[in-house]
Design a protein. Structure first.
Length: 163
């Protein structure tokens, strides 16, 4: 217990690239994320997805709520537009996701420490079908309690702590 609220301003939380891609047409796309709150009990985050940015089928160790703020994102034949709410229970999987032509901005919350798990074999096939390739991103700074669980990102990392 902190003894009171944790108040942070959006501008005081840095963005970090969590995924980058070279798409089939030669353009690049990325997913940028702000970890607004990161604790062993919950994760609050904000994402901005460039048009065509993707993420693999994955899940988290905690109930997971996502609210689409702007743009759209699709999973299979379901397009989630601004105002859509997505709810997953602990262990549910979702994706692969693809950002729409205008990109996507979303806010998410994961109850629990939120460690992800990925379908990397399916992800490799998904990227190959689209002629896309992942570009390494910098290793994100992780608190000790989370760093001991391994990478929280599915793709290749830059720097000394490469996957």
């Amino acid at each position: 217990m902190r003894g009171g609220p944790s108040i942070k301003h959006f501008d005081d939380t840095p963005f970090m690239d969590v995924m980058r891609f070279r798409l089939a047409d030669g353009t690049t796309a990325r997913v940028r994320e702000k970890w607004i709150e990161l604790s062993p009990r919950f994760v609050a985050f904000y994402n901005e997805w460039d048009p065509g940015a993707m993420s693999p089928r994955h899940g988290h160790t905690g109930d997971h709520s996502i609210f689409i703020l702007e743009g759209s994102i699709s999973c299979a034949n379901v397009v989630c537009t601004a105002g859509s709410h997505i709810m997953l229970e602990w262990g549910d999987t979702f994706g692969p996701w693809v950002a729409g032509p205008e990109g996507c901005k979303l806010y998410g919350f994961i109850a629990g420490e939120g460690s992800p798990f990925f379908d990397l074999e399916g992800w490799a096939a998904f990227l190959a079908e689209r002629g896309a390739e992942e570009i390494p991103v910098p290793t994100p700074p992780l608190p000790v309690w989370l760093a001991s669980r391994g990478s929280v990102l599915p793709g290749p990392l830059e720097g000394p702590d490469q996957q």
